[in-house]
Design a protein around this ligand. Sequence first.
Ligand code: F0G
Length: 478
Amino acid sequence: MRIIDNIPNSWCEPWKIKTIEHISLSTREEREAALEAAGWNTFLLPSRLVFIDLLTDSGTNAMSDEQWAAIMTGDEAYAGSKDFERLEAVVQEVYGYKHLIPTHQGRGAEHILSQTLIRKGQYVPGNMYFTTTKFHQEYAGGIFEDVIVDEAFDPNLEFPFKGNIDIDKLDALVKRVGPEQIAYVSLETNVNMCGGQPISMANARALHEYCSKRGILVMLDATRAVENCYFIKTREPGYADKSIADILHELCGYTDGCTISGKKDCLVNIGGFLALRDDKLALRARELLVAFEGLQTYGGMAGRDMGAMAVGILESLHYDYIRARVEQVAYLGKRLDSFGVPIVRPYGGHAIYLNAKQILPHVPQEKYPAQRIAGELYLEAGVRSMERGIVSAGRDHDGNEYKPALELVRLTLPRRVYTQSHLDVVSEACARVCKRADSINGLKMVHEPGSLRFFQARFEPLGVPAPGAKKAMAAASR
Ligand code: F0G
């Protein structure tokens, strides 16, 4: 017998599978017809024709037996549900905010927060935009200003905290417009649009110091805060021995409130909330809540959903769980790396992002290369992904398309749903698409909704690129 010296010490999921849902691969002809009918928009594909669904990690979580038990014992009282009390206690303990304002999902909380805090013409600086967050800030009359660090815009740069706020950029804005013209600073954890990249605790602390001196509020988008805390634990000096719960508590401590889409970190399929420290703000927010969402003790959620969320939040804090979650994403990243597929570095917390500019250098951004790759990946293996580039960015007030530095395709992993073999299939499909990149052209947009266009826009494929197009484009961009 000869056993190797360096035996690996692998992680594995701290759960086993009790219920399964069948999936099957459609034929190439079925997928071609489905993609055409969907106008090359993966949001418009029927899920029954998707094999492996990496569209989003939102609401696609598998719940535990204990969460299903909470569903069965949910209290559906219109007022004063026991599950509100249960969720309120968990939110107060885990996140440390006094007031829980439950909403139907994250954007419901963003709506209430924006309407509560933003006066017309005020600025809302943030670490890159998120689509619905920015929509609600602008809908309330605010002006979004990106103050993320420059490192975020380079997909190939290995930098541990690409989500950080650049305090100098923030300071320049504050000096330009005055602190009273800042509605609040919007601080997102594991920044979605730049590749699921975390913020550091040092950055949150520095931001808190800067803002509290000037009377500026900091509002956390804690949608993926637990995943962010895993990166703090594994990357930031001084946090290796702290629990995820302690790290999360400290992080929230530097902020005045948070919005959360419970459909991610909280391990449920629907729900969200706004949480606030200040009594007066909470009073104002609750007035809007009863008009737009529902009574203050359910907002937008059924009693059972609040119960399942309370259990999910506690489960999400277990180290073995969060390690398996984030390391599964890294597993997909490593497989793609081994094939040479260009992806955003470092690996994100909830998703791996393909770098479309590098995969299709011959397709200009206004021909939607990332949207096209998402379509090709579906044709290749029934894998559903999502564009996060020029289509998602939309247009400015003058009607010009924003041209974001990052043109990405997001492969998003639902929590506790897929196995490593699913990810083997996904990574091989990506490699095959990249292998035939020379023959792939862009898309033409044929239907464009006025806002949040990526959800419902429709496209038609452009023909095979002319021979030599790739070389000419590469030469032009040099
Ligand atoms: N904030 C972030 C960072 C998000 O990623 C999302 C949703 C929201 C807020 C809004 O929450 O969907 O519950 O209303 N992100 C989903 C995604 C849609 O696919 O990334 P919601």
